[in-house]
Each structure stands twice: as structure tokens, then as C-alpha cells.
Design a binder for this molecule. Structure first.
Ligand code: HEM
Length: 405
């Protein structure tokens, strides 16, 4: 890409609040399906603005996470979790296929079913904590982020991976630092510590295996020694991060969507169990907690939507804004839980489709049904515009969802 990219807008774009996406996306979408932008690190990239081309890029094997010449690649951010290209260009396809194959049994339907029963129990426990906080000071708002949205996905992912829940503050600190857009060296150090932590856990599972994903990976490694200790630690850390930050963000935003207009809340409260499936899909479509995008690098010269992408160029898929493309979703900025069909791409599309999608859907359905059945009068203690957006974080979102009932 040329120096004209220096004039291109830089991500993340300014947004009015955590529920509305930056208005610039719609402007750029009208211009072209892919436009030149600068990444949060300041490097040139293509931003996919339209839904159709997002699906094309997601599904096209000529786009990958590795780069043919990594030292020349655009950097995405200074957060270790999403800094720049990852993996080996020559072996990416085979390495990725191996990773998916290893994780299929780990996320088997049987294990998901067992876990789903437990999700209800864990959710009830979080709601008890909310009630206890409310009882202690009924006039004081309860921070739903801290008592439900954050701990529930952490409890679930800890259980799935076999990570001791007592270690949560430790990996919360790692997660916090590896996801800071301006994290730089500290973010890299936290990533190294996170991987060392997962490496230590794998060591313990090797000696004392359990019915959990890290034990499965340890077993898989015995059959395939090309899957190194470092691969295992990186995958474990990635799963722990992917498994809680994303889901927590959707719980926070979904609650804000339902409570920012009490007619929505009341409509949902009238029949939570009957409406939860479609409501969760609409929450997934409309959630756009972060604003930096999933990176891909072109492995060949590719034409997408009439735009020529050169080999090695970075392409960013922001997903949330693409889910508001009016060519696909009528009144895209309107929260409409009766929307049908709702073909959002919140979990991606194609070969990298989210491995945890069914678990995340289970968690969200249980949380929204239980929360509004137990607290039908839930309301926000402050306006959505007053909430700080965590724009310094890859996963964006909020730290506070103050509620009353
Ligand atoms: C609502 C919650 C979630 C959302 C919105 C979400 C979203 C996504 C998206 C968009 C991708 C595609 C990434 C890409 O194309 O580069 C992805 C991949 C992935 N997700 Fe999720 N995710 C969620 C929950 C989870 C959970 C709970 C887990 C694990 C327990 C998980 C594990 C993964 C993994 C391992 C991948 C990588 C797949 C691959 O590289 O082939 N996710 N997720």
C-alpha cells in the first residue's frame, strides 16, 4: 500500500457510546466494500465495510493469519493478543487444521451438554451474589459486570479447561495486559507469563489428568509430538482469553440493550424462555464491543468486491459494523428480537468459525432467561452515554453496568 494510506482514518473510530457503532463505518460502507484505513498501531490496512465481502474474506483460503514476510507486515496494535501476523506462512493451513482437529473432541457435544447443565447452577450462584449485594445496600446500584458478566464466563471456561478458579485474579491480570491496545512490551511480557502459566498447568495435567480440555491437549500431544509445549501453552492461553472476554462483553451489552429501552425489557420479561433464542441472536448481531477488527493477510493478489488487494496486505474484519449492513439487515441499527432471518457473522464464518459458539450461545441463553426471570424489574442506574467505553482494550466493552431493582 502507498503513502496515501497515511491520510486514511485510524481505528478505533470514535463512537457515541458502547451500544452504537462509530458513524464513520456507514459512511465508508457507502464508499466501497473495502477501504484504506490505518490500524491502531498506525500501519496501513484494508477495512472490510460490507457484509458480503466480509463473508468472502472469511471464507477465502487466500487470506490467513500469517504473512509471507512477517518483518514487513502491517502491525495491528501494540496488544500482544492481536499485534500482527501469527504462525508460520509455510505451514499455517496444516497447523490450523491440526488445531481444529484437536479441539473437536475437546468441545464434543457430550461435554457441552454436561457443561450446559452446570452453566445454570453457576449462573444461579452469580445471581445469588447479586441479590446479596442488593440486600446489603438496597439503594446502592449493583455492578452487574463484576458480579455476573465477568465471573460467569470465567467460571465456565475454567471448568472446561480444568483451570483452578482460584487463579482467576492472576489470569485476569494477564488478560487485561495482553489485551491493551497500547500495551507494548508489558503486553508481551504478560503474554509470556500467561503462556508459562498454561505450560505449568499442562505439566500438572500430564501428571494428574482430568476430564478437561487441557488434559485432552496433553493427551493429543503424546500422539503428535510436532505439537510442541509452546503450541499447547499458546492454544490454552488463547482459549482462556477467547472463552471469557468475548462472552462477558455480550452479557454486558445485551443487558444494556434490553435496559436502555424498558419496553424491550418488558417485552422480553413477558416470556423469557420463549424469546431467548431470537433475543440472544439479535444481541450477538448488534454487539460491537471493540473496534479494531480481526486481522488477515493476503497470501496472493486477490480481487474482492472490485478492489485489488496485493499479496501481503493486511485486511481487517470488524464484524459488528458488518452486521449492520443495510443490504442484508433492514433497519440495521434497530434492536429487533423478532428479526428473521438473522444471518449475523458474530462468530465469524468459514474455516475459522468460532469453536466456542455453541458454548457461548448456551451461556447467553441461560444468563438472559435466568436474570430476567429472577429480576423482572431490573433497570439501569445511569444512562448508557455515561458509561466509559474501554477503548484502550482489544475487546472494548465496559467495566461497569450499574443496575437497580
Ligand atoms: C459470544 C462470545 C463469542 C464471540 C462473539 C466469539 C467470536 C469469535 C469470532 C468472530 C471468531 C473468528 C476469529 C477469526 O476469524 O479470526 C472466533 C474464533 C474462535 N473462538 Fe470465539 N467467540 C465467542 C466465544 C468463544 C468461547 C466461549 C470460546 C471457547 C471456549 C471461543 C473460542 C474460539 C476459538 C478457539 C476461536 C479460533 C478458531 C480458529 O482459529 O479456527 N470463542 N470467535
Amino acid at each position: 500500500m502507498t503513502a496515501e494510506a497515511d491520510l486514511a482514518p485510524q481505528l478505533p473510530f470514535d463512537r457515541p457510546n458502547v451500544l452504537d457503532v462509530a458513524p464513520l463505518y456507514a459512511v465508508l460502507r457507502r464508499e466501497a466494500p473495502l477501504v484504506k484505513v490505518r490500524t491502531p498501531a498506525g500501519d496501513p490496512a484494508w477495512l472490510v465495510t460490507r457484509y458480503a465481502q466480509a463473508r468472502e474474506v472469511f471464507a477465502d483460503p487466500r487470506f490467513g493469519r500469517s504473512h509471507p514476510a512477517p518483518e514487513e507486515a502491517s502491525q495491528v496494535s501494540r496488544a500482544a493478543i492481536i499485534a500482527g501476523p501469527t504462525g508460520n506462512y509455510d505451514t499455517e493451513a496444516a497447523d490450523h487444521a491440526r488445531m481444529r482437529k484437536m479441539l473437536i473432541p475437546a468441545f464434543s457435544a457430550n461435554r457441552m451438554r454436561r457443561l450446559a447443565d452446570h452453566v445454570q447452577e453457576l449462573t444461579d450462584r452469580c445471581l445469588d451474589e447479586m441479590q446479596a449485594a442488593h440486600d446489603a445496600a438496597p439503594e446502592k446500584p449493583v455492578n452487574l459486570h463484576e458480579l455476573l458478566a465477568f465471573p460467569l464466563p470465567v467460571l465456565v471456561i475454567c471448568e472446561l479447561l480444568g483451570v483452578p478458579y482460584e487463579d482467576r485474579e492472576q489470569f485476569r491480570d494477564y488478560s487485561e495486559r495482553i489485551g491493551r491496545l497500547d500495551g507494548g512490551q508489558d503486553s508481551q511480557l504478560a503474554m509470556a507469563d500467561f503462556m508459562a502459566y498454561m505450560g505449568g498447568l499442562a505439566e500438572r495435567k500430564r501428571a494428574n489428568p482430568g476430564d478437561d480440555v487441557v488434559s485432552d491437549l496433553v493427551r493429543a500431544q503424546q500422539e503428535d509430538p510436532s505439537f510442541t509445549d509452546q503450541d499447547l501453552a499458546r492454544l490454552g492461553a488463547g482459549l482462556l482469553f477467547a472463552g471469557h472476554e468475548t462472552t462477558a462483553g455480550r452479557i454486558d451489552l445485551g443487558v444494556l440493550m434490553l435496559l436502555s429501552d424498558l419496553t424491550r425489557r418488558d417485552a422480553f420479561v413477558a416470556d423469557p424462555a420463549g424469546q431467548v433464542q431470537a433475543t440472544v441472536e439479535e444481541i450477538l448481531r448488534m454487539s460491537s464491543p471493540g473496534g479494531i477488527g480481526l486481522p488477515r493477510y493476503a497470501h496472493a493478489d486477490v480481487e474482492i468486491g472490485g478492489v485489488m488487494i496485493a499479496r501481503g496486505d493486511a485486511v481487517l474484519l470488524t464484524v459488528g459494523p458488518e452486521n449492520r449492513d443495510e443490504d442484508v439487515f433492514s433497519n440495521p441499527d434497530e434492536f429487533d428480537p423478532t428479526r428473521k432471518p438473522n444471518p449475523h457473522i458474530a462468530f465469524g464464518h468459514g474455516g475459522f468459525f468460532c469453536i466456542g459458539a455453541s458454548l457461548a450461545r448456551t451461556e447467553l441463553r441461560v444468563v438472559f432467561t435466568s436474570l430476567f426471570t429472577r429480576f423482572p424489574g431490573l433497570r439501569l442506574a445511569v444512562g448508557v452515554d455515561e458509561l466509559d467505553v474501554r477503548s484502550h482494550r482489544v475487546t472494548g466493552g465496559v467495566d461497569q453496568v450499574p443496575v437497580l431493582w
